[in-house]
Design a protein. Sequence first.
Length: 115
Amino acid sequence: MIPVPAGARVWLATGHTDMRKGFDGLAVLVQEKLKHDPHQGHLFVFRGRRGGLIKVLWHDGQGMCLYAKRLERGRFIWPSPTDGTVTITPAQLGYLLEGIDWRMPQQTWRPQAAG
């Protein structure tokens, strides 16, 4: 799991992104398309065209970090391109990275009373 610092926001870049981009190319996308500062410590998540690869870009205070994950089966759940940028919670990011639908995760059943 990515260590999400307190106060950091997680932004999803809707649509698809050219996954050949690295640190600098994604930082330029954050700056020019998403209109955010890539060095503020927020996490920016990008998805490829086919939906099986995501990259997360963030600045940890010392330098730029890039996390990539490819699913062997299935696709990452992603908002439609008309939504612009979408912010999610760090918990929802955890679901996303596990391949779980972060929009409506299934809560497990809990008993109402002991015994």
